[in-house]
Design a protein around this ligand. Structure first.
Ligand code: SAM
Ligand code: GLN
Length: 291
């Protein structure tokens, strides 16, 4: 028998020797998962002995992590916006930086509490953005798309598990193909890594996460271009397009937006200080309606 503190130390030094970036955290998440407890239980009971079955379970998870599998795919779950999401290898693991898109949309919708806001998300993956928005905005009706049926199945499950299943309609198809109607906000975290950058990503991203969730051609901006071009047809006049982006894509994206009927173009940085979100307002001249 070994206790919690000893098992954590053993796993942490194994992960450290492999050069994994967050060895202590990974060990805690995997041990808590193996004994079906929350992480704070580990801090409260460092001397608690762990049974043989649980210890074997933990060690088999540790072995998977050492081979490079991301912790979220091992446990099958990831927290986003303090909500629990199920993740499978069919969906991108939601990134903390993406919470900025949710924050900005909540800020934009702040003045419109009573109005029914229509939101469209293109490429919902695990459903992270749409589920977080649905949990916050009482009067939102949300449409979320993805071209991967397997990803959509995960997203729908996440909506139901977070009790917002009836607020989100899920549609399968390429970009705007399955979409009808007008929206006040279009949001997307599209693929935006160039083919070259993809080759340079950490193996745990490159070898485990879905390539088609990440890679966007040689420039990395081909999905933004489609969102900017086709988004106009689906945005209400005065509506906003909110896109996640790569840190060095600002000028390319600003140019695309300026070539179309967008104004009030703003960019926001992520917690690491990198440019991460582009927001623009669709505004046809001679129309005074804005929301
Ligand atoms: N919204 C999720 C998030 O923020 O964690 C996932 C974002 S992931 C970067 C991009 C998503 O777009 C993936 O789920 C992928 O399946 C989807 N996708 C890629 N190409 C697409 C296309 N042509 N049409 C619709 N969805 C697409
Ligand atoms: N931020 C992600 C990464 O670094 C990329 C997300 C995307 O392409 N939309 O892996």
């Amino acid at each position: 028998m070994m206790n919690i503190s000893q098992l954590l130390k053993e796993a942490e030094s194994g992960f450290g020797a492999e050069g994994l970036p967050t060895p202590g955290l990974d060990a805690e998440v995997l041990l808590a998962f193996s004994i079906a407890r929350e992480r704070h239980f580990l801090y409260a009971h460092p001397a608690k002995e762990i049974s043989g079955v649980e210890m074997e379970r933990f060690r088999s998870l540790v072995a998977k992590r050492i081979k490079g599998k991301p912790v979220a795919y091992i446990t099958g779950r990831k927290e986003f916006w303090s909500l629990n999401f199920e993740v499978t290898p069919d969906v991108l693991i939601p990134r903390p930086d993406t919470e900025i898109l949710v924050e900005e949309i909540l800020r934009l919708s702040g003045q419109e509490k009573e109005v029914k806001i229509r939101i469209l998300e293109i490429g919902t993956g695990s459903g992270a953005i749409s589920v977080a928005l649905a949990s916050e905005l009482k009067n939102a009706s949300i449409t979320a798309t993805d071209f991967s049926p397997n990803a959509l199945a995960v997203a729908e499950k996440n909506a139901v598990n977070n009790k917002v299943g009836e607020k989100i309609s899920f549609l399968c198809g390429d970009m705007f193909d399955p979409v009808e109607g007008k929206f006040d906000i279009i949001v997307s975290n599209p693929p935006y890594i160039t083919e070259h950058e993809f080759e340079l990503l950490a193996p745990e991203v490159r070898e485990y996460e879905p390539r088609r969730a990440l890679v966007a051609g040689p420039e990395g901006t081909e999905f933004h271009r489609k969102l900017v071009r086709d988004g106009e047809r689906f945005l209400e006049n005065g509506g906003r397009l909110v896109m996640e982006m790569g840190a060095d894509q600002r000028f390319a994206i600003e140019k695309m937006l300026k070539e179309k009927d967008y104004c009030d173009i703003v960019f926001h940085r992520d917690y690491a200080g990198l440019m991460r979100v582009a927001i623009a307002k669709e505004l046809k001249i001679n129309n005074l309606y804005t929301w």
